[in-house]
Design a protein around this ligand. Structure first.
Ligand code: MTE
Length: 338
């Protein structure tokens, strides 16, 4: 069953699609217009269009048609089946994407100016296959899947998000990294004309935003490249058209709108580590026992939460993914390598 049809069902252990996403998202306005999903959802294209309009469909993300088609074909996986995804509005209106401003509501307000089609990604460094690839070519032959992951921000809030993407390892293998490739670096787009935060005189970030992983972390099956969420393409504020998702690490490792991937022999410099090395390490594994110098990491506010229901929960080691990733850090002092 593909994820679109799953979101269109109400089962006992799944919440209704209308609770997590605007109806228009799973009905998919654009594919309806092309007649693609009319039968599957059992309503006419005209009704669907009315629904989309009534439910704020104008705010739905739009991507190139080839990508939308690939995203809706994504398959279901067992990842996070018991989790309750955040409402679509929370995941798309409360964001960190400093390229569009520093407040949580800035990305949703300002990221509409970003052009994501065409999109190219450059592959460089310690690998046999290098070059500049159109996103479409990069994703050719890759089967997308849905994985529901917890995202834990270093600021001590968290959300559950149904991503659509694929294991990063699948992409890495195509470029045949050399044995000298010990790390992998990711770079976000730098385009101040379309990214208001990059134009800001108050910004302290040395653009472009950069992140990195050790190769074995990058190859871990949990590490994912996402091109969609909630059964649709990524909204710009969530990192369209392609972003990293590393669920056992603090959210700042999950770099958005990637334009460059570089295989490296040495540990790359990373944006938050550069800005405040005492506060943000390279590893950034979720760890309730190692506090941020200015606040505790023992618990988190699970969003959505309100003034009268803080929805505070205990933070778990490696964000609850210890079974899958603890082996990567065997023998390492995680207080030192925070
Ligand atoms: N990627 C870029 N390029 N710029 C950013 O400011 N913020 C990071 C990460 N990726 C950020 C980024 C942080 S701090 C978090 S918590 C997550 O994105 C938030 O992802 P979300 O907005 O999709 O929830």
């Amino acid at each position: 069953m593909n994820i679109r049809s799953r979101f269109g069902r109400h089962t006992n252990n799944r919440i209704a699609p209308s609770e997590i996403t605007p109806k228009g998202t799973y009905l998919n306005r654009r594919l309806f217009m092309k007649g693609g999903l009319t039968l599957a959802a059992g309503v006419s294209a005209i009704n669907a269009q009315a629904l989309v309009t009534a439910e704020g469909g104008s705010e739905l993300p739009s991507g190139p048609e080839w990508l939308e088609r690939q995203v809706i074909k994504a398959s279901e996986t067992p990842y996070g089946k018991d989790e309750k995804p955040a409402p679509y509005s929370a995941a798309t209106k409360y964001n960190n994407f400093y390229e569009f401003g520093t407040s949580k509501t800035d990305p949703a307000k300002n990221a509409g100016s970003l052009t994501t089609d065409p999109w190219t990604v450059e592959i460089e460094g310690e690998c046999e296959v290098k070059g500049k690839y159109a996103l479409e070519d990069l994703l050719k032959g890759i089967d997308l899947e849905e994985r529901i992951y917890r995202l834990r921000c270093v600021e001590a809030w968290s959300m559950v998000i149904p991503w659509v993407g694929f294991p990063l390892a699948d992409l890495i293998k195509r470029f045949k990294p050399l044995s000298s490739a010990k790390y992998i670096e990711f770079v976000t787009l730098e385009r101040p004309k379309e990214m208001s935060g990059q134009r800001s005189a108050f910004s302290t970030i040395d653009w472009p935003y950069r992140e990195g992983l050790r190769m074995d972390e990058a190859m871990n099956p949990l590490t994912m490249m996402a091109v969609g969420m909630y059964g649709d393409v990524l909204p710009n504020q969530n990192g369209a058209p392609m972003r990293l998702v590393v669920p056992w690490k603090y959210g700042f490792k999950s770099i958005k709108s990637i334009v460059k991937i570089r295989f490296r022999e040495t540990m790359p410099a990373t944006t938050w580590n550069d800005l405040a090395p005492q506060e943000y390490g390279f590893y950034a594994n979720v760890n309730p026992e190692v506090n941020h110098p200015r606040w505790s990491q023992a618990s988190e506010r699970r969003l959505p939460s309100g003034l009268f229901s803080a929805n505070r929960i205990d933070t778990t080691m490696f964000n609850g993914y210890a079974e899958e990733v603890a082996y990567l850090y065997k023998g390492m002092d995680l207080r030192k390598w925070y």
